[in-house]
Ligand binder design. Sequence first.
Ligand code: SF4
Length: 169
Amino acid sequence: MTVLSTNSIRVLDIKYGTSVDGVGLRTSIYCAGCENRCVGCHNPQSWDERGGEPIEVEELFRLVEDADMNVTFTGGDPMFHPEGFTRLAQMIKERTRKTIWCYTGYRFEDLMRSESRRALLEKCDVVVDGRYVEAERDLTLHFRGSRNQRIIDVPRSLEAGEVVLVENV
Ligand code: SF4
């Protein structure tokens, strides 16, 4: 059985109008599949890359467009198998003015070393990076679970050649 396709994304859930996955009200797409296995992960049932239901990228784009909100990719880990999300991000950027946030357990520096992951990174406005670390847990943080995770301004980071954090979040 073929589990993965670059034309589709295995989706666990789509939430419309969420305010916890980035600034403002957003459409959040929760994908299946994560290899990071963070201790204390809030959603271990999302680790199985065969979970969820495959949805064609074109269909996801139509849902995003109809919802007319900015977009968040989360999971699971969208960077685990980034190809479908890269296609979706390309369509969003070519056809709309929506911003894209992406949550990932990989660190920015690791994403930069992977051709396929960097391709998705470069289409995102913001990446929240790093594994969830129980010892660094902090309930007062916005948009992240543990203090080691960083809310990164991707365009400014790529331009600077080093991580630049989003200010005032
Ligand atoms: S990266 Fe996210 S989904 Fe994956 S194990 Fe860590 S907390 Fe869970």
